[in-house]
Design a binder for this molecule. Sequence first.
Ligand SMILES: Nc1ncnc2c1ncn2[C@@H]1O[C@H](COP(=O)(O)OP(=O)(O)OP(=O)(O)O)[C@@H](O)[C@H]1O
Ligand SMILES: [Mg+2]
Length: 264
Amino acid sequence: MTRIIGVVSGKGGVGKTTLVSNLGASLAKEGYNVAIVDANLTGANLGLHYGLISYPISVHDVMKKNAALTDAVYKHPSGVDIVPASLSFEDILDTPPVNIKEDIKTTFADKDYVLIDAATGLDRETLNAIDMCDEFIIVTHPELPTISDALRTKSIINKYEKKLVGIVLNRVTKKDEMKKDYIASFFKLPILGVIPEDSSIRRSIELKTPIVLSNPRHKISLEVKKITNALIGKEVQTTASTWDQIVLTLFGGTKKGSGNPKQK
Ligand SMILES: Nc1ncnc2c1ncn2[C@@H]1O[C@H](COP(=O)(O)OP(=O)(O)OP(=O)(O)O)[C@@H](O)[C@H]1O
Ligand SMILES: [Mg+2]
């Protein structure tokens, strides 16, 4: 059965899109059939992570009922199917959020995973994205204001009585003082991964290739692999017990290339 998983946050800019692009590629590398959908209608950029800059049909067209979802699917050589949202200001203005979950279930019936990149906040766009998902990963920075907003998002998802898979801490630095276990205790959810702050992420976006593809040995890629393992139910091996130990293991790597997406 297809797992439809939303990647959400309380605050914007915490790394949802970066996680969706990398987790999608990582799951595909593991042999799973994966689609990723940009449901951030007013802040679309998921396609850019895969080099999709100009595309005739987007999720906006599907929501406006001008196109079928199958026509908005772009295939990447990694095996990931991408449904981008429109970058056009006009589309943003004239596209009210529409729940296309039934289309997603039909179009992606053969997928193991559909990852949905959500918008932030409490408006209709975000709630619509939440409505379309069955399970959720919450992304946050390891700092109190961002955690506080993420806890509000968790409460909303609880109201929907949907499943929370866990938390991903992103942009973690050696200077961060809040311990992983302490943060987990706020959420009462497992921490699926601890992704370090690293300029390689920006570089991977310039390269139009998720870092798990361009640099699979990089510490960020290894951490995404850990999140992947947690999702697919594989044993995660870690000896690190404290925040500092985890952070200390998270820097370094090498690199190689990948291809460009084309329309289905
Ligand atoms: N681990 C990281 N290290 C360094 N930079 C990062 C990391 N993760 C994400 N970034 C950068 O942070 C910025 C925001 O990331 P991203 O777009 O993934 O966040 P988002 O939660 O999807 O934002 P929005 O709420 O606007 O959709 C991007 O410029 C990205 O390159
Ligand atoms: Mg985003």
